[in-house]
Design a protein around this ligand. Structure first.
Ligand code: PLP
Length: 431
């Protein structure tokens, strides 16, 4: 079913499903099955030939995953989605669905470290050239592209710098050149809908806020259905030329009766079929549970984060606090243009006494968990210089925004008094 509401609070509860047709189960059932019985040989043949859409095998589709896919597509204002085994597989598929050896794409330098590695090293081994540009200059995307550029890539709210990416400006540059923008919106669900600002594809690590409770790893790719692949057909041979792996199907033609889903359909029936990074039905159920309270949780996360940022700003042990609520100038204008209802729940700060103080602060925390994760209901902290960024040279650490005394917080849903009390006592130990 489609839900007749534009309100996220309603969409997350109702889009894509209303009581199971057979059992009347109100909660979405976990379809823990590998396969689906065909009604006849003709039925099986039609499914494989995509003449009829239906379930074949859980590596490629599953009814629980299907509801999650419909719900996230509705929430984002997209046309269809694909659930995958992790955020990493989502970003991998998002790019591989357009690029092959000899192609390139232009990406923001401000990326999650795992994505940076994937782009700079693994894609390089595959003959795909990731061209990194500074996102504070949107025109850098134009300058870096050529006839073999297949997409632009960026994160809405990348840490540690927490400068909101200029989605609108870069999407507009790309659309004029026939290049789609892929946006990783992991840190800003609900707050930002990248399709409203011109993005063509949205990627999530569902592991973070969508799951919301630190229980499950998963990823999502959402197709905006708003990019004209045929108009710029020469850039997208994977979508507009016969696909030898599928009886010569031309995906932009094949989807004509189905709607503008060439991008996501190809991803499902070729990349997911071949590489197999499928989300388990159980994890899809966990993400559906998370989605139901996502709007409420994001509001509460953001309210607590603003309070934390203000609190840290007044502390003598702290030299700098990083949160969009404290920004001015162009950065703040971009944050206000792209985020609605809050500035996110990641807060960075720098301790006056550097690396040793960072260690003492983390070791002193009692309520916050010391983990390499974000987006849990619990408050989390990490000292990047000794953990996530320890392998980088001091120069590369600085370029990525990580100083010796930098601490990253992911603010949770505990009572704000308890969060501030824990920060207060850990800061006292850090000085
Ligand atoms: N994108 C962002 C912004 C992330 O923070 C992460 C993980 O930390 C990922 C992608 C990768 O997601 P996953 O850990 O689910 O593979």
């Amino acid at each position: 079913m489609t839900v007749d509401s534009s309100h996220p609070e309603t969409i997350v509860l109702h889009a894509g499903y209303r009581a199971d047709g057979v059992t009347a189960s109100v909660a979405v059932p976990i379809h823990q099955t590998t396969s689906y019985e065909f009604q006849s040989t003709q039925h099986a043949e039609n499914l494989f030939a995509l003449k009829e859409l239906g379930n074949i095998y859980t590596r490629i589709m599953n009814p629980t995953c299907d509801i999650l896919e419909k719900r996230i597509a509705a929430l984002e204002g997209g046309v269809a989605a694909l659930a995958l085994s992790s955020g990493q597989s989502a970003s991998t598929f998002a790019v591989l669905n357009l690029c092959q050896a000899g192609d390139n794409f232009v990406t923001s330098t401000d990326l999650y470290g795992g994505t940076w590695n994937l782009f700079a090293n693994t894609f390089k081994q595959m003959g795909i050239d990731a061209r990194f540009v500074d996102p504070s200059d949107p025109e850098a995307f134009r300058r870096a592209c050529d006839a073999r550029t297949r997409c632009f890539y960026a994160e809405t709210l990348p840490n540690p710098k927490l400068n909101v990416f200029p989605i609108r400006e870069v999407a507009d540059i790309g659309r004029a050149l026939g290049i789609p923008l892929i946006v990783d919106n992991t840190a800003a669900p609900i707050l930002c809908r990248p399709f409203d600002h011109g993005a063509a594809v949205v990627v999530y690590s569902a592991t973070k806020y969508i799951g919301g409770h630190g229980t499950s790893v998963g990823g999502l790719v959402v197709d905006g259905g708003n990019f004209d692949w045929e108009k710029h057909g020469e850039r997208f041979p994977l979508l507009t030329q016969p696909d030898p792996s599928y009886h010569g199907a031309v995906w932009t033609e094949a989807v004509k009766p189905l709607g503008p889903i060439a991008y996501i359909l190809r991803m499902r029936v070729t990349l997911l079929r071949d590489i197999g990074a499928a989300m388990s039905p159980f994890n899809a159920f966990m993400f559906l549970q998370g989605l139901e309270t996502l709007p409420l949780r994001m509001r509460a996360h953001c309210e607590n984060a603003v309070r934390v940022a203000a609190f840290l700003s007044g502390r003598p042990e702290v030299t700098k606090v990083i949160h969009p609520s404290l920004q001015g100038g162009a950065e703040r204008r971009r944050a206000d243009a792209h985020l609605k209802g809050g500035y996110g729940a990641l807060v960075g700060f720098e301790l006056k006494d550097g690396r040793a103080a960072g260690r003492r602060f983390i070791d002193g925390l009692k309520l916050f968990y010391h983990v390499a994760n974000i987006g849990d209901a619990r408050s989390l902290a990490i000292h990047p210089a000794t953990t996530t960024h320890a392998q980088l040279s001091p120069e590369d650490q600085l370029a990525s925004g990580v100083t010796e005394g930098y601490v990253r917080l992911s603010i949770g849903l505990e009572h704000i008094d308890d969060i501030l009390a824990d920060l207060d006592q850990a800061l006292s130990q850090a000085s």
